[in-house]
Design a protein around this ligand. Structure first.
Ligand code: NAD
Ligand code: TYD
Length: 361
């Protein structure tokens, strides 16, 4: 039984993982700074809630982390806490360097000290959750990203995550820390903050707002249902080899436009009383994101062959579950809609984007 410290466990993926780990009967200490992206409402109705300890704090606070590691006899750290949105990193990169680079460094330092003091146990794990964005963009005929793909980050977000991956790897090589890293593709599902494409489209469509498509909408992402991601991380904790990296993906590569059109069709079907149906009429092409990566695709051979994991959800089943979840969780949706940051972010990111005409679009 692992004793887990989860960082960023009040955010989207972190809160899903906390729920997953508690359901597996693992005790979880959850450290989160509750930025705009984190919320205690993401942690409502946890299974085995008596096994969950929430700590409101910052991963850059070394003293706090040392204290938590010792007091709770932690042997496994799963590191989600980050600034995670590319568009925000373009408008304000500094916080990304602080949290993603300095925060990861601080965790590693505290972890190293605790691990050495405990006699360097082999079974301890520092699991670092990273992204496919560290690899940059694929051309139409390039092979998918694998564990050996060269790093070539294009956004400040991706560069800060790349730096944190390098730090984790270096602490393994230099000090012998038993770590694992996973680089996953775009997640979607319950509790995702509606600044990212899929929840943004669902919330905007239900309010009759425009559905903004950056550029020509032909960019390609590999979409991973969040519960599949949690299962993959859990599998890595159980069976992953120390010092190893694993690529995690959803085994699908639709264009952004196809994702948005599918969401509109699902909303037409599942919210038949919506006054804004057919929702596809809300689609608008807007000014593109600078440095926008064109295509991501994931080669999940290693995790499938070595650890026996593969995604359970297809894009169709995952999007259906997701739309249903948002329709069934209106209290959660309303609490986000009231959030000041959500409203000001929409104005900051979208007001200056002009409509773009797209050939054939
Ligand atoms: P998120 O933005 O929803 O949540 C991040 C959480 O970290 C929030 O709860 C926030 O309060 C917390 N946090 C931020 N700064 C902190 C700090 N200094 N100290 C403590 N807590 C802090 O992010 P997410 O989408 O759940 O992503 C989780 C991880 O997965 C990130 O490391 C991200 O880079 C990675 N990832 C996400 C995706 C995706 O599609 N969402 C894809 C690939 C990788
Ligand atoms: P996003 O959800 O922000 O994730 P990431 O940048 O990490 O891939 O964006 C997913 C894709 O959708 C990406 O190609 C950008 C595009 N996108 C839009 O077209 N419109 C939007 O309003 C947003 C937020 C994203």
């Amino acid at each position: 039984m692992r004793k887990l410290l989860v960082t960023g466990g009040a955010g989207f993926i972190g809160s899903n993982f906390v729920r997953f780990a508690l359901a597996e009967n693992s005790p979880v200490v959850n450290l989160d700074a509750l930025t705009y992206a984190g919320s205690l409402e993401n942690l409502a109705d946890l299974p085995n809630a008596n096994q969950h300890t929430f700590v409101h704090g910052d991963i850059c606070n070394r003293e706090l982390i040392e204290d938590l590691l010792e007091k709770h006899e932690i042997d496994t750290l799963v590191h989600f806490a980050a600034e995670s949105h590319v568009d925000r990193s373009i408008l304000g990169p500094e916080q990304f360097i602080r949290t993603n680079v300095h925060g990861t460094f601080t965790l590693l330092e505290a972890w190293k000290q605790a691990w050495i003091r405990a006699g360097k146990p082999d079974h301890w794990r520092f699991h670092h959750v990273s992204t496919d964005e560290v690899f940059g963009s694929l051309g139409p005929d390039d092979p998918p990203f694998s564990e050996t793909t060269r790093y070539a980050p294009n956004s400040p977000y991706a560069a800060s995550k790349a730096a944190s991956d390098h730090l984790v790897r270096a602490y393994g090589a230099t000090y012998g820390l038993p770590y694992t890293i996973s680089n996953c593709s775009n997640n979607y599902g319950p509790y995702q903050f509606p600044e990212k494409l899929i929840p943004l489209v669902i919330l905007n469509a239900l309010e009759g707002r425009e559905l903004p498509i950056y550029g020509d909408g032909q960019q390609i992402r590999d979409w991973l249902y969040v519960e599949d991601h949690c299962q993959a991380i859990w599998t890595i904790l159980q069976r992953g080899a120390p010092g190893e990296t694993y690529i995690i993906g959803g085994a699908n590569q639709p264009s952004n436009l196809l994702v948005v059109q599918t969401l509109c069709d699902l909303l037409d079907e599942l919210a038949p009383d919506s006054q804004f149906a057919p929702h596809a009429q809300l689609i608008r092409y807007v000014t593109d994101r600078p440095g926008h990566d064109r295509r991501y695709a994931m080669d999940i051979t290693r995790i499938r062959q070595d650890l026996g994991w593969q995604p359970r959800e297809t894009l169709t089943t995952g999007l259906l579950k997701t739309v249903r979840w948002f329709l069934d969780h209106q209290t959660w949706v309303e609490s986000i809609r009231r959030q000041q940051d959500y409203q000001s972010w929409r104005a900051r990111n979208y007001d200056q984007r002009t409509s773009a005409s797209v050939e054939g679009g």
